[in-house]
Design a protein around this ligand. Sequence first.
Ligand SMILES: [Zn+2]
Ligand SMILES: [Zn+2]
Length: 139
Amino acid sequence: MNNSNVRREGGCLCGSVRYSVPFEPLATVVCHCRNCQKQAGSALSVVAVFPRDELALDGVLTVYEDKGTSGQRVFRRFCGTCGSPVLTDTERAREQGVIFVKAGTFDDISTLRPTTHYWVKRAHPWLTLPDNADLLEQE
Ligand SMILES: [Zn+2]
Ligand SMILES: [Zn+2]
């Protein structure tokens, strides 16, 4: 698959934070955990995984330091003006050289196809989960 000619761009609701990445995500997943639900103020979080060195960020993000289920620190970075969650970073992601972009902030969401759903046991009961994705009870 050649994604080299695709540029992904996005930003927060008010537009004071913008980002771009020069290719498609390494993976796109959904997280149904309670912390993602709370932070998003929604049923779930759609997350795109990118190599962290390739992300160009313009603007200032506020950080909330959360704790993951395994006890690792989770840095939830959001726009301090409009509140949009934009990036999630973890210690493990830093080790692996990746970063998580909240894909609901992409300018173009028409081609998003999440392949894996995490924390399905916390999914809102009214949601119908897709047949064509891997559904994991936890992470
Ligand atoms: Zn904003
Ligand atoms: Zn989550």
